[in-house]
Design a binder for this molecule. Structure first.
Ligand code: GLY
Length: 375
């Protein structure tokens, strides 16, 4: 058995236990090795339904499907109530719940729900500055003209909506956001800003900054990973070569800075001491992103061997040194993620998205699934 398969089997066993542990609740981030639970009110809740759908896809077992269906049903109420959607993370939420159900079960109601979610995300488009507003309400002083790199992972929901409806509007918004992100969030040396501000009235570029990184000019490792994966996905939908090149440049930057054990610290510019926090979730996201990128790079591209080696090193590092596979009772799949070191929020614990992307990468390595970002 490959190490990937043995890690997958462990993930399935843990998820089965977690279905009983979590009941109707959704895991978010860990605190002292226990997941904090909520009632489907966080930006992270799709990762739990995504894990359940992946486990069902791998095993075909009813226990995962029933739990996945039941978690996905809860996203219907969330959209109707609308209250827990006042941010851009609708793509994270609905790609891995309703869209996953549509992909796996061809359930018409799940498809309709996913399209409603895309419509809701479109309401965050601000024509004057020409951006999808990440956080806050329209006109908000701090956030009204602000983009963040994480948003690239919300764009596949819009590309997909154009693909299935034939209406180009969703795709145009997604591509405009990807273009703006490429131009302003990715720096000339292939590093990235976490966020960028624009004047809400004129659209004029103001400045780059950070929210969760070490400082405004630093490179938050998870942001860089969102860029690697997000641009590769924008390429998949549009075939715009500039997205593929940007994903590649960002991936090289990421891999060139792997520490000795191949799992990144939380920010590439944070001073390294024995106490510096890791962010295992950033390594898991980047692994998925590079595997996606490799699907599109031509066979004779000179970067392939470097990228393949980088993914294997990252995933081996996660499985061997950061996974909980030798602790069957652990709730999380990988340890030592960081939500926000800067704000002291779960700086060294489980992150449900870290677990999701770790599982997606294992599934990709075993050729069992590529997740639910595209159909
Ligand atoms: N998208 C929020 C985060 O990565 O923390």
């Amino acid at each position: 058995m490959t190490i990937w398969k043995s890690a997958l089997e462990d993930a399935l066993n843990k998820t089965r236990r977690n279905i009983d542990r979590f009941g109707d609740h959704f895991p978010h981030v860990g605190e002292n090795g226990k997941y904090l639970l909520n009632d489907n009110t966080e930006w992270t809740n799709g990762f739990w339904s995504g894990i359940l759908w992946l486990c069902y896809e791998y095993s075909g077992e009813d226990v995962y499907r029933e739990a996945a269906r039941s978690a996905t049903d809860r996203f219907r109420d969330r959209l109707t109530a609308g209250t827990a959607l006042e941010h851009h993370d609708i793509g994270f939420l609905y790609s891995l719940s309703a869209k996953a159900q549509w992909i796996l079960e061809k359930d018409g109601a799940a498809r309709a729900l996913t399209l409603e979610a895309a419509e809701t995300l479109m309401k965050r488009w601000r024509p004057r500055p020409g951006l999808l507003q990440a956080w806050g309400t329209e006109g908000d002083n701090e956030n009204g003209g602000r983009i963040i790199i994480d948003c690239l992972m919300n764009l596949p929901l819009l590309y997909w909506a154009s693909q299935v409806t034939g209406n180009p509007a969703y795709r145009e918004v997604a591509a405009a956001q990807a273009d703006k992100s490429r131009r302003f969030l990715v720096r000339g040396d292939d590093s990235s800003y976490h966020t960028f501000y624009f004047n809400q009235e004129t659209g004029e570029a103001v400045r780059g900054g950070t929210h969760q990184g070490f400082e405004d000019g630093s490179t938050w490792t998870r942001g860089q990973a969102w860029g690697v994966y997000g641009f590769a996905l924008s390429y998949r939908y549009t075939h715009n070569m500039s997205y593929l090149e940007t994903s590649l440049r960002m991936a090289r930057y990421f891999l060139e800075r792997l520490p000795e054990d191949n799992v990144v610290y939380w920010d590439f510019d944070a001073p390294e001491t024995p106490e510096t926090n890791r962010d295992s979730s950033a390594s898991a996201i980047a692994a998925c992103g590079i595997l996606e990128l490799l699907e599109h790079l031509p066979g004779d591209n000179p970067n392939r061997a470097y990228l393949e080696d980088g993914v294997l090193r990252s995933m081996k590092g996660l499985v061997d040194r950061y996974s909980t596979r030798h602790r069957p009772d652990a709730e999380g799949l990988i340890e030592r993620g960081s939500y926000s070191v800067r704000s002291g929020l779960s700086p060294d614990d489980y992150m449900i998205w870290g677990d999701y992307f770790y599982l997606e990468a294992l599934m990709r390595l075993e050729n069992r699934s590529k997740g639910y970002w595209y159909e």
